[in-house]
Design a protein around this ligand. Structure first.
Ligand code: GLN
Length: 200
């Protein structure tokens, strides 16, 4: 199994480490590789879009000619985990808590509404306990960094965890989105769950 991490900007190194830990726990012989170019995208069985700054990630992906091929691959069924900025990239409906709608390059294939910077600025980042029982875990402490919120889901999107009336983890088939940073958490469960989607 080859797991790709979109490696332009944001917490891609932390995701690579957490993915390696998850593969080790699952006793799966797998590779974790950075993805920046189309030929690298073509060799992976699943891809993680990390947290960071969604506008930056989108603009660079577009400049590298990767945005459209990535979108096509995802529509064809490539498993994708989008965390924080990555969840923003996946959403069909995106706006910013302060400035409302403004255009940015997105993948835009997931039936979710995401509001960027929902909790405010960097200093409003926080940790919270969320219930991971729907993916086979228990309560886990996770971190939200200048996080977005998923406020609406429709179609085949299923809520896997929530916090105070917003959704923190949502799945729609091969698409998995979290508004928190699972790569900065003590539990590898989200990555293990994502690997199980790749295995399917
Ligand atoms: N605030 C960032 C954005 O809107 C996301 C923050 C993150 O990924 N930690 O793109």
């Amino acid at each position: 199994m080859k797991v790709g991490i979109l490696a332009y900007q944001g917490s891609f190194e932390e995701h690579a480490l957490q993915t390696k830990r998850a593969l080790f726990n699952l006793k799966i012989d797998g590779d974790v590789v950075p993805v920046k170019k189309v030929n690298e995208l073509n060799s992976v069985d699943g891809i993680i879009i990390p947290g960071g700054e969604s506008t930056t990630i989108g603009i660079v992906a577009q400049k590298m000619g990767l945005l459209e091929p990535l979108k096509d691959k995802i529509l064809e069924g490539l498993p994708v985990l989008g965390t924080c900025a990555g969840a923003i990239m996946l959403a069909k409906d995106v706006s910013d808590a302060k400035v409302g709608k403004k255009s940015q390059p997105l993948i835009g294939t997931m039936d979710i509404t995401v509001i960027r910077n929902y909790y405010g600025r960097q200093r409003e980042s926080f940790e919270a306990l969320i219930d991971l029982s729907k993916i086979g875990g228990s309560t886990a402490k996770v971190v939200f960094i200048r996080a977005p919120a998923i406020t609406k889901v429709w179609g085949n999107s299923k809520v896997l965890s929530e916090l105070n009336g917003t959704y923190t983890m949502v799945q729609e088939g091969n698409l998995l989105a979290t508004t928190f940073h699972p790569e900065l958490s003590g539990t590898t469960l989200v990555h293990e769950y994502f690997i199980s989607l790749i295995k399917k």
